[in-house]
Design a protein around this ligand. Sequence first.
Ligand SMILES: Cc1cc2nc3c(=O)[nH]c(=O)nc-3n(C[C@H](O)[C@H](O)[C@H](O)COP(=O)(O)OP(=O)(O)OC[C@H]3O[C@@H](n4cnc5c(N)ncnc54)[C@H](O)[C@@H]3O)c2cc1C
Length: 534
Amino acid sequence: MTATLFNYSYTPATGKSTHATPPPVRRIVIVGGGTAGWMTALIFARALIERGVEITVLESPTVPIIGVGEGSTPWLRGFFDSLGIEEAEWMPACQATYKCGITFKDWSTRPGFEHYFHPFASMLDNLTMTQFVHNVEARVKGANVSAHPDRFFIATRLAAERRAPKAASSFPFDIWHGYHFDATLLGQFLHRKALERGVRYESCHVTHATLDAQGAIASVSTREGATISADLFVDCTGFAGLLIDKALHTPFVSFADNLFNDAAVALPTPIEESIPSETVSTALKAGWVWKIPLTSRYGNGYVFSTRFCSPDEAETELRGHLGLLDADVEARHLKMKIGRVTQHWNKNCLAIGLSQGFIEPLEATALLFIQQTAASFVEFLGKADLSEAAHERFNREVNAHFEGTRDYIVTHYKTNTRKDTEYWRANAANLALSDDLKTLYSLWMTGQSIAAGVKQQAIGKGYPVFSWYAIMAGMGIFPDPKDLRAPTAQEARYNLEEIDDLIVRSAVNYPDHRSALERIAPRRVDPSLQIYFW
Ligand SMILES: Cc1cc2nc3c(=O)[nH]c(=O)nc-3n(C[C@H](O)[C@H](O)[C@H](O)COP(=O)(O)OP(=O)(O)OC[C@H]3O[C@@H](n4cnc5c(N)ncnc54)[C@H](O)[C@@H]3O)c2cc1C
């Protein structure tokens, strides 16, 4: 995802509890050592170890991690900042690069809108956001003014010029950037850090859970012969959902009726000398392909729907797209379960990561859900309230994050205009939309502003105004060009050349991406500075 809106500042919550009373759980067992397991362990460790809570990660020696998931939102920056881990330490260890946003290519066939960039926000955007929203609203009402998002955001320019979102020290405008990284290396890095911070680790394969009289998990048993009890069990076992699903049978809400993709096939390709600072998402016949630059390689993966395309067909199409039809590079095939559990916190079990749900990787939101679920749980623990009402409140909040993000991602598909395959026609015709999304579309199509509703988070929940305007305008959801009229003086009041000039002059203050990666500087931006979101 580009910019989910769980709060308005990039400054992370400390994760430290201010409560003096001992936490209501003393022993936490996390089952699973993928990204979810280790991110959760670190977030919990920071808040709880010094308060006497014991945290143990159990990881199967035989079940590998999923090993994909290589793009992030800007919130990952908050994760590392809150742990006091510098980019200069973790980025080289994970072959990581900076991400200014995502280019969406070939999702729309409307002339002039065949691609657009969904940027991460920058402080500089405060100077151009009003003009962007003004022009988009004028064009929605039929005025022939320039309203393609690519003209209004500095991050778009940085990505186009392969610059890093790290300004020279003389230019104090922070860009809210994300990252790309090698998923396996990130897991190993987080593992090491967690052990350094007091998390315990056991390599063992959990075979079953024993429930107590109330139906909560009393212990888990391992193939190695141990029985391990805890006050809280965290299910980080990925799509297996060993505890939340297999042991507790928590109901699952599938999103398959409006997100059709259920599989992926991934292939690496060599990286060039010059490294892009964006993810590129290109629509293919039955889905889309990601292109993620690392310092060592590109990660590429075709996310598709098996209802419309077989895994073999997808692999052939991906190989053709990458020019690898005859290459001897092995492809990895993956299955995806799209949706969420109804209760992420069920009795004494918390599900985090793929075990709690997944909304396909189009906006790279999964690590954000891990971070948010774990950090939010720490806050609940801080209040020492483990009541049913607390469970309900927590689950309601996490579910709302899932639904809001799902709606934004559904919009990518719903607004497509491709006619080349049944897959794209079915997506455009799909009527399985939330009421919230129907309201947002209906306001837009009738020329009414969605800005106030999104700002108050009454509609379009989870994403800021500029993201909604970027997607709708970027896909070209405007009156047909032949129906556009000359703008009034009020509609044409902004001088676009001035914006172009501001962006061009600003961009030169940001270094070439590869050079910036070779000299990652310690963090120096004042964390109290806030990005102002429209
Ligand atoms: C195609 C695809 C692309 C993705 N792209 C992105 C992206 O760009 N950005 C993003 O944020 N996310 C992305 N994701 C999601 C991301 O990969 C995951 O959210 C993230 O890796 C966390 O996975 P996990 O830790 O929940 O599960 P896993 O990585 O599957 O880890 C599961 C862990 O559980 C352990 N385990 C399983 N069974 C047992 C057992 N019986 N006993 C003990 N341990 C056990 C395993 O050993 C493993 O350590 C993508 C996912 C897919 C499928």
